[in-house]
Every structure is written in structure tokens, then in C-alpha cells.
Design a protein around this ligand. Structure first.
Ligand code: T1G
Length: 684
């Protein structure tokens, strides 16, 4: 019987089955909540019904509250009201879980009397990733099921656990065969007819003295600046000392504080921005894509090896091409070592390593990529080198193969122009380490065919990257803004700041690492051409001293054998000497000036990028900087952050910086237009 547009109620003998079908992820929208409440009421009233199964159709069990409803008036029944209906059922209720039971979805399953799941299911409370806490009793019920330690980790880290782990800790009562969830759940429900109706809320919750504080201290660095993990810890801590209903009220109070706070607004923006990025202007939904069944990667260095891993991880065979046997051997051994590191962390099994390594074939013959559907080059970042390679690939690759460049800065159209197939050339800009960083800048050339573009966007999802389509310009989106920031960082050091002052301010803003510490990590000599060195910045001076960063024991910082960094007196003297060489009289530079010049230079460059159409939307720029450069997600990205500051204030500050430091701070006309119209980047 159809209860409403998304809910059905059927009977299998004495077992009622409440089925929800609300694509795409069965989020607990008002329609879903209403349908389930009505179906439950009917099942309770039906004397022939002795047990009830709650199940979803489509790809997953309820994936949480409906995030699109946040900030709007609550339509009853609220999730908590629905939970009371289910928890007070006069008959056993079995939640049947597949896909990802997340957030409110898992919290609804926790008020059912039992939970069964298929092995491929995952269960989690990811609210912290949205700057929230599990606001439907998760902070009180989960610890009563899986224990305080595991519950705190699941809620503060937000990572789901596989059904088998859930079963081992009592979060799932039974695993049922894949593809037979409904039958398995009904059979399980039938067994439970007449069993006592135990509620999780009635289980005891006891904390060992200092247990929660120990968790808080052990994770202080990990949760630096984050509001949600601390609120979750507090909800568990406070809840253990008061009656359940008071604890639920405390949880709701903490939830509402987070919901109203800036971090949740930012993180919900990030969630939707990442998904919006896959919606490309001029790329109709359903544009035909090409199957990518074999990939060629040219270059087995750090980038090439990391790129190749992404495809092997997705089960796609890779032909990895090098020019020298020792380089190829080294590349493949680095890949294996990366996998072995993952296995040591329990993320991979030995069998999975072998499966992936078997997908990675190495060769010294470029011809071997002739059958590949996609060939990606990750060779030296120099135009003539790339053009020469593309001329050769154009002759070797099969006619419909896509040729992609991993270039970080160079003109993609100039690369495409040397081929006979510019419409099949695209940029796939991975970020180092390419097998880890989630961002993939998809660079659309002037002639790139929409089908090729659609294939790249789809491929990003296949290899679990956050794909952002960007236009072709020097540095595209991310590196162009990074260059603007770094120009200011260098200038600030020449004028009077020390590298560690800039790093301290940028780290204090929320980045994991400042620009100079990052340079030391990557290597000051990356991209440095000794012969052409003109010592135009302190970096060149340090390179000429043999100070190439962490790998040489020192760069801007000195490093001990555990790579702990201390500001280098040698670098300090090099900075002072370099200012003198430039004829600059060093001055005191405030933290505010450092922050404004570094961050606003990025925002202004982002506005220009948006105005030129290099990025489709401001949130794409946010997505690039969060997933490729470590912009703190809880600040939403550079454009979201600027909107939060208010563009009028940003414009005033840019004008003041322009007066003091010149043209680099001439406000983008877009910012002036938006301020005049009373709008923000989100409206651009
Ligand atoms: N609400 C509304 N829409 C959602 C949604 C949700 N919870 N989850 C996903 N969508 C949309 C998404 O925007 C996209 O839309 C489409 O579904 C496919 O998503 C009280 C307060 C479930 C693992 O945090 O992690 O419960 O772009 O592209 O890669 O304590 O979606 O197609 O228009 O991501 O297969 C807690 C969030 C909410 C889970 C599927 N739940 N979702 O991944 O598809 S807060 C979450 C996900 C809460 C309670 C609290 C993933 C997924 P469109 P997708 P996917």
C-alpha cells in the first residue's frame, strides 16, 4: 500500500515492511518522516502484524537528515518525534541497512530494536564533517552500544565503519547475504516476534574517570580550531552524568549552537560546493562519455607514480612509461612501498596490494600506449618537452584516445596545438601526492570536445577525486592564486618579516603549514634551474648555498634528524643580506599586514579568475583551495570567507593595500561591481 509519494507499507505474513524510496540517498526529508510515521502507526494498529522491518530502496539506507532543510522551519514530525514513534513501538522494529546508514539515518536505526545489514553496508555519524554533532541522540545512544572510546572516534572523526565491524561491536545484530537484505530482515524479524522490546536508551552509560579528558587531550592537535569535536566530547561527558532525557536536551542545545555557528555554515557550503563542481556549464547532463578501460601514464616519477596509483586503485590497468629502466624500477618500487605503508595502517590487505600492482605494467617503449583510451603525461614541466611528447603521442595513440597533460601552469592550448587532435586534448592537473590529494583540476582547452570533458568529469568520480573544471591560463585556478600569495610572502620577507613570521600567521589562520615551511618540504630546488639562477629571491640564494629544504637538512629552517624545524640563523642572515642587496631598509611588519596581504592577494586573484570565466563559480574556487592547498574547510574557502567578511570591507582593505603596496592590490572590477550591487561572490 502506498502511504505517500516516498513510502510504502507491505505485509509478509506477520511481518510488516515499511519501504522508503526517496532518491538520491533517502535523506530524511519531511515527506520521508511523514510517510514512515504514518506507516508505523498503521503497522502498530494492525493486530496481525507482529514485527516490522524498516528498509530503503535505491543505493542506500537513510543517509542522514535532509541537509537542504537546515535553517528552514522544522516540518513535523521532526526526526526526534519520528524516533519516539519508532522507539516506543509495541512490536519489534528491525532496521534493514544497505549502502551508507549515516547521521540521522543511523540515529533512526538506533531507536529500532534491532539492526541487520548486508556486508557491503557502512554505518557512521559524519555530522562533524558538517560542523555539527549527531543531533538525534547519537551522542547518547552510540556510546551505549559500541562503548565510549569507539563512539567518540566515530563521531569526532566522522568516518563510517564497515558492517562487519559494526556487527562485531554490537551495532549490527546480524549480517545477511548481499542482495537478500529484505528476505534476511524479514526472517530475522520473524525470529524476534514476542521477544522483549529492549531500548538502547535504557542501557547504562558509565565513564571511567578521566576517560573523556584523555581522548580530548590525545586529539587536541587533530581537532585544532574545530568546534564540533569539542561539542561532541562535551555532549558525551555531560550526558553520562544526567538522566537520558536531560542528556538529550543537552545534546540538542549543543547541536543548535553548532548549527548557528560559522563553522557549520562553512562546512555545509563545502559539502554542496564539491558536488556543484561536477555540474559544468555547457555540459548537458547525460553527455555521452568514452569508456576508459586502459590508461597510459608517461613518467614514473613522484607525480606519474601517484597518478598511476589512482587508476590501479579504481581497478583500471595502467601502462607506466619511462625512458630509463632504473627510473621505471624506482617508480614501481615507490608505488609498492606506498601500498605497503597503507597496509601497515590497515587500509589495504596484502592481496589487494598484489591486485593493484598487477594492474601496473611498466615499459620503456612509448608505443605500448597505442591501445590506451587515455594517456596522461607527467614529464618535466617545460613546454618544449611536453610539445615534443605530444607530437609523438599523437602519432602513436589510437585515433579516439584522449591525450591529457598534468601540467601545473603551462598553456594547454599550446600543447594541444602540436597535435592533430586538439579536441581530444585536456588537462588533468593532479596535486602531489597525487594518490592522496583529492583535487583534480580539469583544464578545458579552447578546442576540448564536450564528450572529452564529460569523460574527464566522470573519470574524476571514478578515481575518487574532486574534479573542478577550470579554464586555461597560467596556473589555472589554484596555482595562479598560490603565486599571488607567494609574491606577497616573498615581498613581506624582503621588507622586514622573517619566513617563520609569515608561516606563523598563515598557520594561525588555519592552514596546516605556512608557505616557507611548505617550500622546505617540497624542496626549494623544485623548478629551480641552476644555470638560469639570477637569485631573484632568497630562495635562489638558499639554493645556491645548497640549502634545498628538508631533504638537505636545511632551507628556511634547520631540521634535526626527526625533521623538527627551527628558524635557521643562516637563512635569517641570507634574508637580511638580500634586503640590503635590494636596497630595502627592513621594517617591522605586523601580523595583520602579513595576513591581509597574503590572504587578500589570493581573494583578489580569485575574483579576477571568476571575472575572466576561468572558474565557473566562486564555490569552485573554494573547492580548489580546500582540496588542493589546505585552506581550512571550516572557513569555507577563500571566496566564502571573503563573503563572510563582507565585500565592502574587503574592497576598502584592498584599496588601502593598493595605496601602500601598489598595483598587486588593485581591486578586481568584479569586487567593485558586486559591492556596488550589494552582492557577494556567491551571487556572481
Ligand atoms: N541531505 C540532502 N541531500 C543529500 C544528502 C543529505 N544528507 N546526502 C547527499 N545528498 C545529495 C547530494 O547533495 C547529491 O545531490 C546527491 O545526494 C548524491 O550525493 C540529525 C543533523 C550518502 C555517502 O552527512 O556523505 O543527519 O548533487 O554525490 O558520492 O544528527 O552523499 O545529485 O543534486 O554525495 O554516492 C548527515 C552526507 C546529515 C551524509 C553518497 N549525513 N552525504 O555519496 O553521492 S546531518 C551526511 C554523503 C544529520 C542528524 C544530523 C554522500 C553519500 P546532487 P553524492 P555519493
Amino acid at each position: 500500500m502506498q502511504i505517500n509519494e516516498v513510502t510504502r507499507l507491505d505485509r509478509d505474513d506477520q511481518v510488516a515492511v515499511v519501504t522508503v524510496a526517496s532518491p538520491p540517498v533517502n535523506a530524511l526529508s519531511a515527506a520521508v518522516r511523514t510517510g514512515v510515521a504514518e506507516a508505523m502507526a498503521m503497522a502498530y494498529a494492525d493486530a496481525e502484524v507482529q514485527a516490522i522491518v524498516l528498509i530503503c530502496e535505491g543505493r542506500t539506507f537513510f543517509a542522514g537528515a535532509d541537509i537542504t532543510e537546515f535553517g528552514k522551519p522544522v516540518v513535523e514530525p521532526s526526526l526526534r518525534q519520528l524516533q519516539v514513534i519508532v522507539e516506543d513501538a509495541p512490536k519489534p522494529v528491525v532496521a534493514a541497512i544497505h549502502g551508507t546508514a549515516l547521521g540521522g539515518g543511523l540515529e533512526l536505526a538506533l531507536v529500532a530494536h534491532y539492526r541487520v545489514a548486508v556486508p557491503s553496508a557502512k554505518l557512521g555519524l559524519p555530522e562533524a564533517k558538517l560542523g555539527l554533532l549527531p543531533g538525534a541522540g547519537g551522542t547518547q545512544r552510540l556510546p551505549r552500544v559500541v562503548g565510549v572510546e569507539r563512539a567518540l572516534e566515530m563521531m569526532t572523526g566522522g568516518e563510517p565503519i564497515p558492517a562487519a565491524d559494526a556487527e562485531s561491536v554490537g551495532l549490527v545484530d546480524r549480517l545477511v547475504p548481499e542482495g537478500a537484505l529484505r528476505e534476511g530482515a524479514i526472517a530475522f524479524a520473524r525470529e524476534r516476534i514476542g521477544a522483549p522490546l529492549e531500548k538502547i536508551r535504557d542501557r547504562p552509560l558509565s565513564l571511567r574517570p578521566g576517560q573523556v579528558e584523555a581522548f580530548r587531550q590525545a586529539n587536541a592537535k587533530r581537532f585544532r580550531n574545530l568546534a564540533a569535536p569539542e561539542a561532541i566530547i562535551r555532549s558525551v561527558e555531560d550526558g553520562a552524568a544526567i538522566p537520558f532525557d536531560e542528556a538529550m536536551a543537552r545534546e540538542r542545545e549543543l547541536f543548535n549552537e553548532l548549527l548557528a555557528g560559522p563553522q557549520s555554515a562553512a562546512l555545509r557550503h563545502v559539502f554542496f560546493a564539491e558536488r556543484q563542481a561536477a555540474k559544468v556549464d555547457g555540459l548537458p547532463k547525460g553527455t555521452p562519455t568514452r569508456p576508459i578501460t586502459h590508461v597510459g601514464v608517461i613518467g614514473a616519477g613522484t607525480m606519474g607514480g601517484g597518478i598511476a596509483m589512482n587508476f590501479a586503485n579504481a581497478g583500471i590497468p595502467v601502462m607506466l612509461v619511462e625512458t630509463r629502466a632504473d627510473a621505471l624500477e624506482r617508480g614501481l618500487s615507490v608505488i609498492r612501498r606506498n601500498y605497503e605503508n597503507s597496509a601497515r595502517k590497515g587500509k589495504l590487505t596484502a592481496a589487494q596490494i598484489e591486485e593493484r600492482m598487477a594492474l601496473l605494467q611498466g615499459t620503456l617503449a612509448l608505443d605500448e600506449v597505442a591501445a590506451c583510451d587515455l594517456v596522461i603525461e607527467a614529464v618535466f614541466e617545460q613546454m618544449d618537452v611536453k610539445q615534443d611528447l605530444f607530437r609523438r603521442l599523437d602519432r602513436i595513440a589510437k585515433p579516439d584516445a584522449i591525450l591529457a597533460s598534468n601540467t601545473s601552469y603551462l598553456d594547454l592550448d599550446a600543447i594541444a596545438a602540436v597535435t592533430s587532435r586538439p579536441e581530444q586534448v585536456i588537462g588533468l592537473h593532479f596535486f602531489s601526492p597525487a594518490n592522496v590529494m583529492r583535487l583534480l583540476e580539469i583544464v578545458r582547452g579552447a578546442k576540448t570536445d564536450v564528450g572529452v570533458l564529460a569523460t574527464a568529469v566522470e573519470l574524476a568520480k571514478t578515481i575518487r577525486k574532486v574534479g573542478v573544471v577550470v579554464g586555461n591560463c597560467y596556473g589555472f585556478v589554484g596555482n595562479r592564486m598560490l603565486a599571488a600569495r607567494h609574491a606577497q610572502a616573498e615581498a613581506l620577507v624582503n621588507e622586514g618579516a622573517m619566513p617563520w613570521d609569515v608561516d606563523r600567521v598563515i598557520h594561525g589562520f588555519g592552514f596546516g603549514m605556512g608557505p616557507f615551511a611548505m617550500r622546505d618540504l617540497v624542496g626549494l630546488d623544485v623548478g629551480w634551474v641552476r644555470e638560469k639562477s639570477t637569485a631573484s629571491t632568497v630562495r635562489e640564494v638558499l639554493n645556491e648555498m645548497g640549502r634545498h629544504g628538508q631533504k638537505s637538512g636545511g632551507g628556511y629552517y634547520d631540521y634535526d634528524d626527526r625533521r623538527n624545524a627551527t628558524p635557521s640563523p643562516i637563512a635569517e642572515q641570507a634574508v637580511i643580506d638580500f634586503s640590503a642587496k635590494l636596497g630595502i631598509e627592513r621594517r617591522a611588519v605586523s601580523d595583520d599586514e602579513i595576513r591581509d596581504r597574503c590572504i587578500l592577494a589570493m581573494v583578489n586573484e580569485g575574483a579576477k579568475i571568476l571575472d575572466e570565466g576561468i572558474a565557473q563559480r566562486a564555490s569552485d574556487i573554494d573547492t580548489v583551495w580546500i582540496n588542493g592547498y589546505g585552506w581550512p574547510p571550516y572557513l569555507g574557502g577563500p571566496m566564502f570567507w571573503a563573503d563572510r567578511q563582507g565585500l565592502p570591507a574587503i574592497l576598502d582593505r584592498l584599496r588601502a593595500l593598493q595605496a601602500a603596496h601598489g598595483e598587486a592590490f588593485r581591486p578586481s572590477p568584479l569586487i567593485e561591481r558586486l559591492v556596488a550591487e550589494g552582492k557577494g561572490f556567491a551571487d556572481a
